[in-house]
Design a protein around this ligand. Structure first.
Ligand code: NAD
Ligand code: UDP
Length: 320
């Protein structure tokens, strides 16, 4: 029998892929989103499906939906977007977690939190195991996101210990793919859009900082496996692709794969920008039988195709 599943933040980049995956699996999906960074365009193909519902709502306010499972993704994830209204960002993480957990408690649903590698901050342990407690500036410009997500994890574990809520926590490392918005501000979409438009690629800092990029369909598969993992396995579990690249390498790869004549320029490094990030995924391998299968080149090719299409659509619209 199909399950009824709530996805908060379901019109966003990862959420829209998750909704599609769950519909393809035969489930019923309720997507709840305030469309701050998400868009109905991302879920357009699902809107007519009788197993799919969309609710426009803000997770900082209570909500009641009868479901079996809840994926809590609502929260802007790009530094540019989450720093736009930092107070709202922390409110979204904290009140969104409380409202989701209260719902899970009341209707006895299982709930999964989309946490982040940002809980490790600018890590002094490299690569990062789940046991690392992190190195986060509590008062910096990234703190609204990092600390909000850390409090959300705390709330998940307190609801679990205090009220026996059935929780799952995944720590997602940098993920990319289609349905990122062209003005999202994160590095993969920025570089691809700049390359396709023939603009300079903007590296912040010296470009030697690293990230490990996971393709979105791999990530979503890990999330679904985690949601359906054995009773009592709460996580937190890292989900990410351990292949680590510098931003310089990423920029060069994007230029090569797009065949662009764009040049690289250097801009100041934002405050508290983590120097390195790479997940240890042994726990996900053992508990979920999961590891990413898409390498950076394959994932970038697919993402470049997506942005080519989006940008040509935009140009056509402008001409009209
Ligand atoms: P996104 O910005 O594309 O999606 C977030 C979605 O949440 C959007 O649809 C947005 O409209 C919605 N939203 C924001 N505030 C809301 C509110 N108050 N009420 C209801 N909806 C709200 O970002 P994403 O990359 O898809 O990230 C999804 C989740 O995964 C986030 O929780 C993010 O922290 C987490 N995550 C993402 C990454 C990544 O690399 N993409 C890494 C770590 C964690
Ligand atoms: N970055 C960059 N150019 C850009 C956007 C980002 O060099 O146009 C850098 C950013 O400073 C960081 C890395 O790329 O070191 C990843 O940034 P992103 O915003 O994608 O994610 P996060 O910092 O949250 O991992």
């Amino acid at each position: 029998m199909s399950k009824r599943i709530l996805v908060t933040g379901g019109a966003g980049f990862i959420g829209s892929h998750l909704c599609k995956r769950l519909i393809d699996d035969g489930e019923e999906v309720v997507c709840l989103d305030n469309l701050f960074t998400g868009t109905k365009k991302n879920i357009e193909e699902l809107l007519d499906n009788h197993r799919f519902d969309f609710i426009r709502h803000d997770v900082t306010r209570e909500f009641l939906v009868e479901v079996d499972q809840i994926y809590n993704l609502a929260c802007p994830a790009s530094p540019v977007k989450y720093q736009f209204d930092p107070v709202k960002t922390i409110n979204t993480s904290v009140m969104g977690a409380i409202n989701g957990l209260e719902l899970a408690k009341n209707i006895k649903a299982r709930i999964l939190q989309a946490s982040t590698s940002e809980v490790y901050g600018d890590p002094s342990v490299h690569p990062q195991p789940e046991s690392y407690w992190g190195n986060v500036n509590p008062i910096g410009i990234r703190s609204c996101y990092d600390e909000g997500k850390r409090v959300a994890e705390t709330l998940f574990f307190d609801y679990h210990r205090q009220y026996d809520v059935d929780i799952k926590v995944v720590r997602i490392f940098n993920t990319y793919g289609s349905n990122m918005s062209t003005n999202d501000g994160r590095v993969v979409s920025n570089f691809i859009v700049q390359a396709l438009k023939g603009e300079n690629l903007t590296i912040y800092g010296d470009g030697n900082q690293t990230r490990s990029f996971c393709f979105v369909t791999d990530l979503v598969d890990g999330m679904v496996r985690m949601m359906n993992s054995r009773d009592g396995f709460t996580g937190p579990v890292n989900l990410g692709n351990p292949a680590e690249f510098t931003m310089k390498e990423l920029a060069q790869k994007v230029i090569e794969l797009t065949g662009s004549k764009s040049k690289i320029i250097y801009k100041p490094l934002p405050q508290d920008d983590p120097r390195q990030r790479q997940p240890i995924i042994e726990l996900a391998k053992k508990e979920l039988g999961w590891e990413p299968v898409t390498d950076l080149e394959e994932g970038l090719r697919a993402t470049i195709e997506y942005f080519r299409m989006i940008l040509s659509d935009t140009n056509t619209l402008r001409e009209i």
